[in-house]
Design a protein around this ligand. Sequence first.
Ligand SMILES: Nc1ncnc2c1ncn2[C@@H]1O[C@H](COP(=O)(O)OP(=O)(O)OP(=O)(O)O)[C@@H](O)[C@H]1O
Ligand SMILES: CCCCCCCCCCCCC/C=C/[C@@H](O)[C@H](CO)NC(C)=O
Ligand SMILES: [Ca+2]
Length: 589
Amino acid sequence: MRAQMENDLRLESSLWVGNKRYLAVLTGWHLKWTEADKKNRDKKAVSVPVAEVVGVEEGRVEILPHKSVEDTDRDFTVFYVKRSSSRSSSGLLWRLGRTQFTCPSRVLRDQWTRHIRTALKTHSPLRPHRLMVFINPFGGKKKGRQIYHSQVAPLFELAGISSHVIVTERANQARDHLLKKDLTGFDGVVCVGGDGMFSELLHGVIGRTQQEAGLCENDPAVTLQQCPLHIGIIPAGSTDCVCYATVGVIDPVTSALHIVIGDSQPLDVCSVHYGPGQVKYSVSLVGYGFYGDVLAESEKHRWMGPFRYDYSGAVVFLSNRSYRGTVQYLPADPLMSSPRDKTRCLSGCGVCSKSTEKLFTNSSDEGSLYSSYSGPFSNESEDDWVSVDGRFKCVSLTCMSSSCAKSPLGLSPSAHLADGTGDLILVWDTNPLGFLTYLYRHTTSQDQFDLPFVEVHRVKAVRFSLASEGEEAEDNGGLNIGMDGEDGGYNGSTSRAGSKQNLATRPEGQTKTSKDKTLNPFMCGLCCRKAPTASVWNCDGEILPFPKIFCKIHGQLVRLYARGIEDGASLKDCAEERLECNRTCSLPR
Ligand SMILES: Nc1ncnc2c1ncn2[C@@H]1O[C@H](COP(=O)(O)OP(=O)(O)OP(=O)(O)O)[C@@H](O)[C@H]1O
Ligand SMILES: CCCCCCCCCCCCC/C=C/[C@@H](O)[C@H](CO)NC(C)=O
Ligand SMILES: [Ca+2]
């Protein structure tokens, strides 16, 4: 059947590109053209997977930066994905490649365009035909509209995608639209903005899917239904962490091309249950302590634009806070992978593919992806939970590496996009220099987990609650100085929650005295106020002012128009220094 289709689509002709003659061959999977010299010996050859052909047009056509069409009888123009490596990021930049072919006759030209279009339909079933696009005109540097109209819309038009564009007028408009309005006929939704806009789409798409399935998303016991609508991200925000961690570059053209060719990347999602029966979703960071405080501080300075995070980071760092609490987690299967295994989740990741088989019972059947998910944990008991009690600088949970321009390897460099787990990072209270070392290592290829006051666990679920008032009063608000070890390092232990050996594992050396305070050069008056006893949660850039939460990772709950990070030159540098590639398939597909 497949061979028959392959044969029907096959086309082979001698065509001209400029003033050179080429042998052009279209099979079901590739379009290849090979330069032929006078003796017909092969010279230069270009091969483009059909899956990466963007479109074909009659005549001599140009799209970017401006559209121009010369309507000639014997010419056709093929547009496709062309890679160029970029040293400043971890992935590869994609550009629109273009080749103009001249045929000996109009009949042959029409045969070529027809065959290429049929091949696209046959081999790229996930290419979108209709998209709903939400533009946040105020995200990042406020260039969302311009980015969409100049760099993205022409590509959508070339690929024959019809888009319904909504420029938002208020926060949560995109989310509400997805929850309430008619979405019939749309293949996917796209946001032009930052992580906050992505989060709106995430909530809208997940909420809508559960509504339609008659499921109560607020109930932590419910196994959520996979979302059929794909999400595309055109980066135009401040951090653009989700885009960076799933594509490897912050580049609107690259992201638009991933959408156009219908790439599909499953993504783990963490549901965060808080307050009286409420839920939020996160893919990049559920963070308490430092990251919560930075977000709360940065919201006061939105007018600064993307710089607000640097400013607030410095303010919060200088205030040197830490918080007491109890963290409980359900460990993931250690045989599958580990956050310290120094691998990296790249396009075609083997760990994620193995997880697909585990997460979905009939993974060989594509249609079953949305129906037979077995849930993040069905067999575990209370005895499987591990409980940790102490004073923390920050507690972070991330479903993916959360790499971004500031931290090219991310919060957890070996985390996976679609393995059904998250990485829980506990940074125990330490002195300012120690914590600065931890933060600084995010910006380099040094291992931020190789510090005595940091631990990381691959998990399926997490609970957090504040210390009781008595415990908190006992050791509130102190400061240390000096590097790790005796003064601030962690030497606590953990216990199984269910085994009731429990808790009280406060790291030694963290008793705060007034003498410590007088020694601290970072005080600058900021700490003279009584330190707050509770922080807030940062849920992908949104503040959750409820300390007590329950988080559960839902493997591959949504799908993005992306394919994970492609191995680029700069990534190779990282790999040589510290990380090994665990990709199982070679690209392009
Ligand atoms: N028209 C609008 N007016 C005000 N706020 C909006 C509007 N449209 C969307 N928003 C909200 O603005 C918030 C921030 O937007 P966005 O994420 O696009 O940019 P950012 O905050 O600069 O980037 P990042 O989230 O990557 O740091 C989002 O949470 C979104 O809910
Ligand atoms: C001395 C240098 C210190 C530099 C510290 C760099 C630490 C970078 C860590 C970045 C983690 C980003 C995680 C992403 C979070 C997003 O969900 C969220 C929304 O955009 N962004 C923020 C900043 O909260
Ligand atoms: Ca994951």
